[in-house]
Design a protein around this ligand. Structure first.
Ligand code: HEC
Length: 72
């Protein structure tokens, strides 16, 4: 009995997932673009110095540089 209930729940979940695939993902919300894109910042925005480009590109792989600059 327990196993049957589980099987039914599993089948239901599959059907739901399938229905979602069929109906497609909802259209992307219209509105302003995301607050940050990697092209918002350039190495030139930073004070000149040795290793500026390397640091910029190494660190902006994961987060924007303002996060770094904010910490001084
Ligand atoms: C592999 C990914 C990755 C790379 C590469 C990376 N960081 Fe980060 N860094 C993170 C994550 C994740 C956080 C946390 C972000 C948050 O708190 O929102 C963070 C946070 C920070 C913070 C803020 C810490 C705080 O206390 O708020 C500073 C400063 C920082 N990183 C500096 C750097 C510098 C400098 C570099 C390049 C040398 C760098 N990061 C490269 C992932 C990375």
């Amino acid at each position: 009995m327990r196993l049957r209930l589980r099987a039914a729940a599993f089948a239901g979940g599959c059907l739901l997932a399938f229905a979602l695939v069929l109906t497609g993902t909802p259209a992307p919300a219209q509105g302003p673009p995301p607050a940050f894109t990697s092209t918002d910042e350039k190495p030139k925005d930073l004070p000149d110095g040795p290793g500026r480009e390397e640091t910029f590109y190494a660190c902006t792989a994961c987060h924007n540089f303002k996060l770094v600059a904010r910490k001084g």
